[in-house]
Write a protein that binds this ligand. Structure first.
Ligand code: FAD
Length: 512
């Protein structure tokens, strides 16, 4: 006898990506079981424990678009308490001279949002939906993917409990247990890379003026103190404080091992930040907050048959320098559900199978793996850009030229940052476009360099030889020879620059 029932999805991980996915699945009529390892973060005693974890995040168009597509006004709620950041503020030299670098010539901005508040909002919303059940303190221990069974360690006693689902989604972060279960079943390509840089969070309190809190720095900027091998950044919080993150190689963290060394190190590198953070608080935070490691994880495929799929950091963890980890994870969810729509996947199980799901999951992997890899590489490249390139005159001139051409010929050139942060263009296409644009930009720069050099040489020559005598008649062959040699030189200059740009991302990644 044939049997039809409502499909159940188990989502492992109630972080940002898992809880958004629960809302999407509930919207399409599935029965949703969301399993989270930690206790409910909304409980007062849990809030205290969150100190020292990355507390604010840059939310940009990809993330916003995924929130918007729920149709639940989540975007408005989160943006209500977000702080817009229109530009980078680069703090240069010992005296901290500030240089504002707008993110977009059209005034677009990214948003500093409170990570915990966003997660709580998503959990609140998921919990409101009648077809969602959230199981806190459920740690996935193992899964039999073929049978759809999962064993969890539950509560403080870690007693074992077995649960079932028709589809299991791993949204359990960079060290995903679900991914490990899938790797036992399929030939999943897997790469992980730690970078030498770690991070530590520091708190910059509001400045009190007439008992009123004010921001210690301009709030509409993402502040960066780039120092080549290391850097400090600061993102604004709605309560007028900033969360600062110190990124530096682990051996530097080890060398800065006493209060005196820390103060001397800050005086040398981030002197203007000391009075804003406060010496005592700086010492306190630096020595008591955890040091985080930064990992890149690439996987392929992201799915197993019609049984399982991984999303968010579980599928693609990246270093945080493009501010895209969560944005990319949110976009995973939007893309995933578009693929389910395109394959007309219904929330029903007929004779233990969901019609078309295997094909849909394969299509999702096909579409998303290349984009996940692309943003992992770009995030690594931005590590170099943030800690170093933002201080280089060549880099700034190039950015100005890019921005200027984009203003007048937006179809010809769109800056990479805009494609990544202010659009939903697939990341792999953004990289492809960037390479094409770089070629033409370098042709222009090469031609400009050749013209300027030739003009200067001509002026110098004339100054040495005196004013020109009437020009002798030149044969057309001589003229076309001169023109083609000029073009060749321009092309050579362009080619050399293009090659260096082409290898920039990978060499920066290696250097990082
Ligand atoms: P996670 O947030 O890691 O959530 C995974 C969840 O799964 C957790 O709740 C965990 O408790 C749970 N879990 C784990 N194992 C199990 C298990 N076995 N069973 C059940 N549950 C389990 N991204 C941005 O877009 N913008 C930024 O500005 C930005 N800044 C960052 C700054 C720093 C310093 C760092 C480290 C990251 C930053 N990111 C940023 C990246 C962003 O934090 C991550 O990409 C995002 O949190 C990924 O969400 P996720 O839900 O996939 O994973």
């Amino acid at each position: 006898m044939s049997e039809t029932k409502i499909a159940t999805v188990a989502i492992i991980g109630g972080g940002l990506v898992g809880s958004l996915n629960a809302i999407y699945f509930a919207n399409r009529g599935w029965k949703v079981d969301l399993y989270e390892l930690r206790p409910d973060m909304r409980l007062p005693e849990q809030k205290k424990l969150q100190r020292g974890k990355s507390i604010n995040l840059a939310l940009s168009e990809r993330g916003l678009s995924a929130l918007r597509a729920t149709g639940l006004d989540l975007e408005t709620v989160i943006l209500d308490s977000a702080v817009p950041m229109h530009s980078r503020m680069v703090h240069l030299g010992k005296e901290g001279r500030q240089m504002s670098q707008p993110y977009s010539i059209h005034g677009e901005h990214i948003n500093a949002v409170d990570r915990a508040r966003l997660n709580e909002l998503l959990l609140d919303q998921a919990e409101k939906m009648s077809n969602v059940t959230i199981y806190f303190e459920h740690q996935l221990h193992q899964a039999d993917l073929k049978k759809g069974s999962m064993v969890f360690f539950q509560g403080e006693t870690k007693s074992e409990v077995t649960k079932y689902a028709d589809l299991i989604v791993g949204a359990d972060g960079a060290y995903s247990k679900m991914r490990a279960q899938m790797m036992r079943k399929i030939r999943m390509d897997y790469q992980q890379q730690y970078i030498d840089t770690g991070y530590c969070e520091l708190y910059m309190p509001p400045v009190m003026v007439n008992d009123q809190p004010h921001y210690a720095l301009d709030p509409n900027h993402l502040h960066i103190w780039p120092r080549h091998t290391h850097m400090l950044i600061a993102l604004p919080n709605p309560d007028k404080s900033f969360t600062c993150t110190l990124f530096m190689p682990f051996d530097m963290f080890e060398n800065v091992s006493s209060k005196q060394k820390l103060i001397a190190f800050f005086q040398e590198n981030f002197n203007d930040a000391i009075p804003l953070i406060g010496e005592d608080r700086l010492v306190d935070d630096y020595f008591s907050n955890p040091r985080g490691a930064l990992i890149t994880v690439k996987t392929s495929p992201h799915h197993y048959s019609d049984k399982a799929v991984i999303v968010g950091d579980a599928a693609h963890a990246m270093v945080p320098f493009y501010g895209q980890g969560m944005n990319c994870g949110f976009q995973d969810i939007q893309v995933f559900h578009k693929v389910l729509d395109a394959h007309n996947i219904k929330p029903t199980v007929h004779n233990n199978s969901i019609s078309g799901l295997a094909t849909a999951l394969a299509a999702y992997s096909d579409e998303r793996v290349k984009d996940a890899h692309a943003i992992c590489d770009l995030a690594m490249y931005n590590h170099y850009e943030m800690r170093s390139a933002v201080t280089s005159t060549r880099f700034l001139a190039r950015k100005k030229l890019e921005g200027w051409i984009h203003l007048y010929l937006p179809k010809l050139i769109t800056p990479l940052y805009s494609m990544v942060s202010f659009s939903t263009l697939p990341y792999s296409q953004a990289i492809r476009r960037w390479h094409q644009q770089s070629f033409w930009l370098n042709v222009v720069l090469g031609a400009a360099a050749v013209t300027t050099t030739s003009a200067t040489a001509w002026v110098v020559y004339r100054m040495v030889r005196g004013p020109p005598s009437p020009p002798p008649r030149q044969s057309s062959a001589a003229i076309s020879g001169a023109v083609s040699s000029g073009l060749k030189t321009a092309a050579n200059v362009a080619n050399t620059s293009v090659q260096s740009i082409g290898s920039l991302a990978s060499s920066a990644a290696n250097a990082a």
